[in-house]
Design a binder for this molecule. Sequence first.
Ligand SMILES: Nc1ncnc2c1ncn2[C@@H]1O[C@H](COP(=O)(O)OP(=O)(O)O)[C@@H](O)[C@H]1O
Ligand SMILES: [Mg+2]
Length: 265
Amino acid sequence: MQINIQELSKIYPNGKKALDNVNLEIGTGMFGLLGPNGAGKSSLMRILVTLMKPSMGSVSIDSFDLEKNRKEIRSMLGYLPQDFRFFSKLKTWEFLDYAASLSGIKNKSTRKDKVDEWLDKVGLFDVRERDANKLSGGMKRRLGIAQTLIGDPKIIVVDEPTTGLDPEERIRFRNILSDNGQVAFKGTPEALIEKARGHVWQVNTSGYEYDLIKDKYPVVSTIPTQEGWEVQLIGDGSKFTNAIELEPNLEHAYVYFMEMSSALI
Ligand SMILES: Nc1ncnc2c1ncn2[C@@H]1O[C@H](COP(=O)(O)OP(=O)(O)O)[C@@H](O)[C@H]1O
Ligand SMILES: [Mg+2]
């Protein structure tokens, strides 16, 4: 499977440029879009799942073109949006039935079997008659997952699946870093970490010095000590006395890259 994104741009009606000439090839496997709020991650996903049209550029999935083959592409996709809400007063089972028919399962009894199977899988069979919007938060989340998977999609697009995970966990898959609608980095976590080598330092400072550092360098963490602070910063720490160069980890690399790419763009 291959997703090809070419020269993709999105300008919202208010003039906001959410995507700026994005070019990406995504092959089989798991990919993460990583970047600060407003970078354009959700916009890219909404285009990919055919909910929104791009202003410019094209997307193809294998031999299908997003413009010309919307129906085929939809039947390949499962999508869990960032804030998953229920747009109407459907019962829990009706909601899944609706999702199954959108994914192209036309036969009614096949659909009923699928719905029952997924209600059972995510532990919602006992509440199947309850209005979906009256489910608890955790139940809604599970219904969202069932809704995404019920059509047996080849491609699963999940927006912000890692909310609630720590930074390490969030970055632990292959990443595409995005910033201001542009792709800043594409590669494995290991390659991302290597980029930060030599730029991560630990410095011991007094309180006064700390204020100066904070204004000048991106700070990853601060731990109080008897004399002041033990600070992990991104930049050239060799200028400080008692500075120690650190082995970069994923969190360091993320901060380093975001700082560097926003300076570049
Ligand atoms: N419907 C919209 N109309 C206008 N601007 C929007 C709309 N949706 C998103 N944006 C803007 O586009 C940019 C990218 O947003 P989004 O794709 O949601 O980023 P992310 O998911 O990375 O946080 C942001 O500046 C956001 O405010
Ligand atoms: Mg988003």
